[in-house]
Design a protein around this ligand. Structure first.
Ligand SMILES: CC(=O)SCCNC(=O)CCNC(=O)[C@H](O)C(C)(C)COP(=O)(O)OP(=O)(O)OC[C@H]1O[C@@H](n2cnc3c(N)ncnc32)[C@H](O)[C@@H]1OP(=O)(O)O
Ligand SMILES: CC(C)C(=O)C(=O)O
Length: 560
């Protein structure tokens, strides 16, 4: 272990290459509810080509006329468009163009499917027929009613037929990880002998455990020397039923597999497939241990994930590795302090390497002073010590009630606090209200007598608190009545009241502006901000009373 790998350096080492075979458009599309038409498949395939995946499995040509047409469209358009070669950091040589991706289609081990695949793939410059047949006892008995010998013979026939259309043929013994290992060895050896150029070992039901799966991959290489002799690529196709698809794929690579089948956002049958973005970033990030690389231009990952999400309707969970909204977000104070000092303290991937927006400091109840005052500074505010303390206290109060505190919230807090000066006479300490359709609205407030004059007038020490209750026409009226009672100013009347949302969402900060007429008829306006409109009203009311007191101070100071 050591410092996180710089992806751009890792990629320049040119280690052993792993082929990235993307099956978003085939197995990914098998997710319940997803049906992509030809236009959508071409759009995703074009993005996969920008991402520089090596093989795009565009569909299952025999599944429907629509899928046949979609595979054909991908073969025609994406299968003939050279990809601009891009370095891991996004560099792009002008004349440096790579072949179009290989376009693949899946076919059962029957002539009709193989012929349909061949026909739909024909327009692509490079194409692969991927044929499969179940080998496990369970599948053979319940789905195919076929003996091992029959399966082996059918697989060989299918591969040989596929080879008449292309010299790039992949064979998958379906449900390989629940197949008797000696039979798996036999059928893989027969597939290699029959001309398969890639043999894929599918963990069809996500049953494998990493160490065991890795052992099988190593053992296949050991027992079948022709895999190496004929340059046959051993591939893996891992499902995620136990959440192990990425781990199993990596362990397979550590044991000699050189193709990984993946789907963007990990979509696919049931719990999905090995997630493309996770496995390719694991390979780049831990190149120090894996010693392999792939050709992907990873800054396209986020864009690819978003495109697939929007065209499939499958949203990406916030905490999804690499492409989730929170992949580079930090909410807790200790982490934020670290990341503000150096992102390496809590990030192992550079956000720009996956095309994300950068580290995000998200303010919430776990945030601390470093992050809060950085947000204040970014907004251009300068606070003195007292203002800073008050603003931070208000921020924590707000964060307790609101999941995420936005920069607009911070601005509102700071603006509200910076005019609460040391010469404020009253401070609202707490407010409790009750009410409802059948109960009379009532409020209890606690107000601190912060000014020497008001404390003296009330016969109390400076800083003493006064508790008062009142009922009213509504909760705001009751709160204002209780404040009047607490400060002993029954002659103050509420003249106008306006409320506006400062930020969006159901937990938005509300801003209340009130105008009060004081005892001698003069009017003062006050402002209050809170997620709770009654609290914002009470703060606005106290603010207006403080402003009226400031005028008293100023006029007495300047009295001749
Ligand atoms: C693990 C995987 O992801 S495998 C790929 C799964 N993907 C799909 O199935 C999507 C596309 N599939 C389809 O559109 C349809 O299932 C079709 C067009 C392929 C076949 O449809 P139907 O002919 O109506 O058959 P149905 O789907 O009900 O049953 C599957 C048939 O294929 C046979 N079969 C299943 N796998 C294979 C195989 N690898 N090779 C040959 N035959 C197979 C079954 O034995 C069954 O045959 P039967 O009809 O003689 O009993
Ligand atoms: C056809 C094979 C590769 C497959 O999708 C699986 O076994 O899951």
């Amino acid at each position: 272990m050591g410092r996180p790998t710089d992806v751009s350096q890792a990629a320049s080492v040119v280690p052993d290459g792993v082929t990235i075979f993307d099956t978003t458009l085939r197995d990914g599309e098998q997710s319940p509810g997803i049906s992509l038409d030809a236009r959508e498949k071409v759009e995703i395939a074009e993005q996969l080509a920008r991402l520089q995946v090596d093989v795009i499995e565009a569909g299952f040509s025999a599944a429907s006329p629509g899928d046949f047409d979609a595979v054909k469209a991908v073969a025609e358009i994406v299968g003939n468009a050279p990809r601009a070669a891009q370095g891991p950091g996004g560099s792009q040589g002008e004349s440096d163009h790579r072949e179009p991706p290989v376009i693949a289609a899946l076919a059962r081990a029957i002539p009709a499917d193989i012929e349909a695949a061949a026909k739909s793939l024909a327009p692509a410059r490079r194409h692969r027929i991927h044929t499969f047949l179940s080998t496990s006892d369970i599948h053979r008995r319940y789905m195919l009613q076929a003996s091992e010998d029959e399966i082996l013979a059918q697989a060989v026939r299918a591969i040989e037929l596929a080879r008449t259309f292309t010299d790039d043929v992949e064979f998958s013994p379906q449900d390989a990880t629940r197949t008797d290992f000696p039979f798996l060895v036999d059928i893989v050896a027969a597939a290699v002998e029959a001309g398969a150029t890639t043999v894929n070992i599918p963990d069809t039901v996500g049953y494998a455990l990493p160490h065991d799966f890795g052992g099988w991959i190593a053992e296949l290489h050991r027992r079948i020397p022709d895999i190496a002799a004929k340059d046959v690529v051993i591939s893996v196709h891992c499902h995620n039923d136990l959440g192990l698809a990425v781990a199993n794929s990596l362990e397979a690579v550590r044991n000699g597999a050189r193709q990984i089948e993946v789907a963007v956002n990990g979509i696919g049958e049931r719990a999905g497939n090995c997630s493309l973005e996770e496995v390719v970033m694991a390979i780049r990030t831990r190149a120090d241990l894996l010693g392999v690389d792939h050709a992907l231009h990873t800054p396209e990952l986020t864009r690819t994930s978003r495109l697939v999400s929007s065209l499939t309707g499958y949203s990406v969970q916030k905490n999804k590795p690499v492409v989730g909204a929170n992949a580079f977000a930090h909410e807790s104070g200790i982490h934020q302090h670290g990341v503000l000092a150096d992102r390496l303290t809590y990030e192992i991937i550079r956000s720009e390497d996956v095309g994300a927006d950068g580290s995000q400091i998200v303010l919430g109840k776990h945030s601390g002073r470093h992050a809060f005052f950085k947000a204040v500074e970014d907004l251009g505010f300068e606070l003195d010590e007292a203002e800073a303390q008050n603003a931070f206290r208000r921020f924590k109060d707000l964060a307790d009630r609101k999941g995420i505190v936005s920069s607009e919230d911070v601005a509102a807090i700071v603006i509200a606090e910076t005019h609460v000066k040391a010469d404020d006479d009253y401070e609202l300490v707490s407010l409790a209200v009750t009410g409802g359709t059948d109960a009379e609205p009532s409020a209890t407030v606690v107000v601190r007598l912060a000014g020497a004059d008001v404390a003296a007038e009330a016969g109390r020490d400076v800083g003493a608190t006064v508790t008062a209750e009142a009922s009213g026409d509504g909760m705001v009226d009751a709160a204002c009545g209780a404040i009047r009672r607490a400060v002993g100013r029954d002659g103050v009347a509420l003249v106008s009241f306006q409320v506006a949302a400062v930020t969006g969402g159901i937990d938005a900060l509300g801003e209340v502006t009130v105008t009060v007429a004081v005892e001698d008829g003069q009017r003062f306006t006050g402002r209050g901000v809170s997620t709770d409109i009654v609290e914002a009203s009470a703060r606005a009311y106290v603010d207006a009373l403080n402003r009226s007191r400031r005028l008293v101070h100023r006029s007495s100071e300047f009295r001749p």
